[in-house]
Design a binder for this molecule. Structure first.
Ligand code: ZN
Length: 193
């Protein structure tokens, strides 16, 4: 597969980390769209997750922001962990692996494991996962997947609430942003947990 950038990152400015991660993620996710009616390019989701960390969570660590941009690359594209290791280093690779599901497991099992493992993630992985859930719940509210029933949308939000519950106490601003999104969901589904 084409790799757009191979600049050694150890001596670069933090902006280089972000641009390199964006370049790599945009290339790997190039044929993917979000499931919503708008079919937003997948990269928009990755930008949103990093943007939430930066602007809401106050995260300034370039490796965490790069890992946020790359957080779905193992799960959703044919990318090997070693590639991330080579381009972005061991810490970014470890973070991306931490927030990736095991794709060999059935969907229901993967969701159950996310809930079970969330409290034991490292603090930086928790930040990425909370921002991911904010972005996903926002999509469910504003641009839901075409085929999803009302019940399935509600169930996704209820599950996200349970996953985030296991990661609280890490970044109050991000957690408040998640809660704000869930409040919006409660206007539709009053019986949410
Ligand atoms: Zn994601």
């Amino acid at each position: 597969m084409h790799t757009p950038l191979l600049i050694p990152l150890d001596s670069l400015h933090p902006v280089d980390w972000l641009l390199a991660a964006l370049s790599f993620a945009a290339e790997r996710h190039r044929d993917q769209r979000r499931k919503g009616v708008l079919h937003a390019p997948y990269i928009n989701h990755l930008i949103e997750v990093a943007h939430l960390l930066w602007s809401v969570g106050g995260v300034r660590d370039p490796e965490v922001l790069a890992a946020a941009i790359l957080h779905d690359v193992l799960e959703d594209t044919p990318t090997a962990p070693e590639e991330i290791n080579r381009l972005f280093g061991a810490r970014v690779r470890a973070l991306v692996q931490e927030v990736s599901d095991d794709k060999s497991l059935p969907q229901a099992e993967r969701k159950r494991l996310q809930e079970e493992h969330a409290p034991y993630l490292t603090p930086d992985a928790k930040l990425i996962k909370i921002a991911d859930k904010i972005s996903n719940v926002r999509s469910i509210l504003e641009d839901p997947p075409e085929q999803w029933s009302d019940a399935r949308r509600r169930e996704y939000v209820a599950w996200a609430v349970r996953v985030v519950a296991g990661m609280r106490g890490i970044n109050p601003a991000l957690e408040a942003e998640f809660d704000r999104m869930v409040e919006r969901a409660r206007e539709i589904w009053q019986d949410l947990p």
